[in-house]
Each structure stands twice: as structure tokens, then as C-alpha cells.
Design a protein around this ligand. Structure first.
Ligand SMILES: NC(=O)c1ccc[n+]([C@@H]2O[C@H](COP(=O)([O-])OP(=O)(O)OC[C@H]3O[C@@H](n4cnc5c(N)ncnc54)[C@H](OP(=O)(O)O)[C@@H]3O)[C@@H](O)[C@H]2O)c1
Length: 311
């Protein structure tokens, strides 16, 4: 059987993406094949597509973008005992999610609650697991963190909104940066909003006279030095988006974590979405053949919320 997928054979702008018919991928040991209901766009997708993160001149083989996926199990590989055909799941795919059919490790998937739509489900895996991992690395893991003040740079973004809500649920006081247009969204998820950009240190000091203990940089827009100034030392900050700044300032850059821990975090985050403890971001959907437009809109901040492809 064949099905449609988005792929690129060379690095470049959104124009390198093409929709092709391909043989359905066959699940390997421990994997399942999903009939994809929705696949989210993340900044990493267009960073990889651009070639900016690659050592080689072109992808060694055609590459299907995308990690976040929600869908129905339609085939199981050897050794899979936890999932069966027909199960509705979400998680991170292996080998690309912008497709009608995608593979995933069964261990990386969690069940989709009925209360969560396919589009919202697909929007969760990368941002939820990243928020949990970064907060744990900052010392804001499970437990009561009353008395700790955290600043989240990029608090209106995909990762930012869950980082704010998770930290608030653990008792922390949170200050969140966003553009003027997104101050209300930051307030709605439980943080005190502040506009990012020049003068950030003074604005935050004026609004948080108790001082800021920890900083989570999620935007990659050059605020890391200001955040270190606010918290007093680089060990009290973490970044997921400013690798050069992390090297220069001695701040931890986190990317990827223990797979079992990520699945536990995803399950916890999804449960909070299902019962309303986590507010979700707005979701904007695109058909598969507009994947390039969706990536471009995300890269240039044209559309607020999570951008999700619906095959
Ligand atoms: N290392 C990892 O494991 C990992 C995992 C996930 C994501 N990431 C990276 O983290 C970054 C954010 O991902 P995301 O999915 O949250 O992206 P996103 O949903 O596109 O959000 C981007 C955020 O950046 C904010 N922003 C824009 N310009 C800013 C500025 N000058 N100063 C401060 N904030 C600014 C935006 O605020 P406004 O909309 O209000 O302007 C928005 O809140 C990306 O670079 C992504 O590649 C890394």
C-alpha cells in the first residue's frame, strides 16, 4: 500500500518540501505504524530542513520532517505488547510525522484521552517533554517550590506556556516574557507578564523586588545574558534555544532526555490537559500540502499558537 508523505531531498527554504506517494513504512521491532490524524510543526523541523544544523551538503536520503504525531495504531512490530491495532495514541514519531502513515516506538507513545482532540494531542509531545525536562534540570522537578521565583523567556510559546503552568503547579512564582500582543496569554497561564527586549532587567527588577531565582530561556532571541544577570549566576539558568549563548555564558543547554522519563512526562502532561489543569495553546491547522507554508508561518511568527498538519 502507498500513502502520502511530505519530504525533502535537499536542504533549503520551504520550497524544498514536496508531497510524494511512498510505500507505507513497515514497523520494526518495538515499533508501531500509525494512521496519522495530526502532526505538529515545531521550530526544529524548519531548522533541520534549512540544513543549518547539518554537517553534510544534503540529507543522505529523502527526509520526512516532524516529530509530534497523534494517530491510530494500524500495525505493530515484533515485541510490542502494550499497544494493539485500533489504539488512539500520541507521542514522538521515528522517521517523520508529516505523512498519512508514520512509525513510532511503542514506548514513546501514550494513549489519547477522548477529551483531547487529535489536533491538540499532536501539539503536545515535544513541548510538554521539553518543559518537564528543563524544569527538572533547573531544580524545579516534582515537589513544592513555594518561595522560588522563575523567569520564563518566551512564555507565550509552545514550550513556554507549559513550563509556566508546570512551575506554577509546583508552587513557584513565575514571570514570563512575551510580545505586547501576548501579555494576556501569559497572565492566563499563571505568570506575571513582561515585554521582552531592551530594558528587560530593569523591568523585571521593578516588578519582582524579591529577585528572580531561576531562568528558563525558550526563545533563542538573545536574552540569555540578561537572564543570567537577573539570577546572578549561569548555573541558575537553562536554555533550549540559544546554543551559542550557552557556550559563551556557561549556561546548560538541554536537548533530548531519557526516553522513559520523557514518556512519563508526556503521560502526566496529557492527563493535565485532559482534566483542564493545563490550558492549551490555540491550534491552527493546515493540510499536508501546505507544510511549507506552516513551517514558514512558524519561523516568522506569523501565526500564534501551535501549527498542526492534518493529512
Ligand atoms: N532543545 C530542546 O530540547 C528544544 C525543544 C523544543 C523547542 N526548542 C527550541 O525552543 C524554541 C522555542 O520553541 P517553541 O516551540 O516554544 O516555539 P514557538 O511556539 O514558536 O514560540 C516562540 C516564542 O518566542 C517568543 N519570542 C519571539 N521573539 C522573542 C524575543 N525577542 N524575546 C523573547 N521571546 C521571543 C514568542 O513570543 P511572542 O509570540 O509573544 O512574540 C514565543 O513565545 C525554538 O528555537 C525551538 O527550536 C528546543
Amino acid at each position: 500500500m502507498t500513502s502520502r508523505a511530505v519530504q525533502y531531498r535537499r536542504f533549503g527554504g520551504p520550497e524544498v518540501l514536496e508531497v510524494v506517494d511512498r510505500e507505507d513504512p513497515v514497523p520494526g521491532e518495538g515499533q508501531v505504524r500509525l494512521a496519522v490524524r495530526a502532526a505538529a510543526v515545531n521550530p526544529l523541523d524548519w531548522k533541520l530542513r534549512s540544513g543549518g544544523m547539518a554537517k553534510e551538503d544534503a540529507p543522505p536520503q529523502p527526509r520526512v520532517p516532524g516529530f509530534d504525531v497523534a494517530g491510530v495504531v494500524e500495525a505493530v512490530g515484533d515485541g510490542v505488547t502494550t499497544l494493539a491495532v485500533g489504539d488512539e495514541v500520541l507521542g514522538k514519531s521515528v522517521g517523520g510525522a508529516y505523512a498519512e502513515k508514520a512509525l513510532a516506538d511503542a514506548k514513546a507513545l501514550v494513549r489519547k484521552p477522548a477529551e483531547v482532540s487529535w489536533e491538540v494531542a499532536a501539539s503536545l509531545p515535544v513541548v510538554i517533554t521539553t518543559a518537564y525536562r528543563a524544569l527538572a534540570a533547573l531544580g524545579l522537578g516534582e515537589g513544592d517550590h513555594t518561595g522560588t521565583t522563575l523567569i520564563v523567556d518566551g512564555a507565550s510559546g509552545g514550550v513556554g506556556v507549559y513550563a509556566v503552568q508546570l512551575a506554577v503547579s509546583r508552587g513557584a512564582t513565575v514571570v514570563g516574557t512575551a510580545s505586547p500582543a501576548h501579555q494576556d496569554e501569559v497572565r492566563a497561564v499563571g505568570a506575571t507578564p513582561v515585554v521582552y527586549g531592551d530594558g528587560l532587567v530593569d523591568r523585571v527588577r521593578a516588578m519582582a523586588p524579591q529577585g528572580v531565582d531561576l531562568a528558563f530561556e525558550t526563545a533563542g532571541k538573545g536574552a540569555l545574558r540578561d537572564l543570567v544577570t537577573l539570577v546572578g549566576s549561569p548555573e541558575k539558568a537553562i536554555t533550549i534555544a540559544d546554543y551559542a549563548g550557552s557556550q559563551e555564558l556557561g549556561v546548560v543547554f538541554t536537548s533530548g532526555g531519557d526516553p522513559d522519563e520523557e514518556t512519563r512526562a508526556l503521560a502526566d502532561g496529557v492527563a493535565r490537559v485532559a482534566d483542564g489543569r493545563f490550558r492549551t495553546t490555540a491550534v491552527v491547522t493546515y493540510p499536508l500540502d501546505q507544510a511549507g507554508q506552516a513551517q514558514d508561518d512558524n519561523q516568522h511568527g506569523r501565526v500564534s499558537g501551535k501549527l498542526v498538519l492534518v493529512p
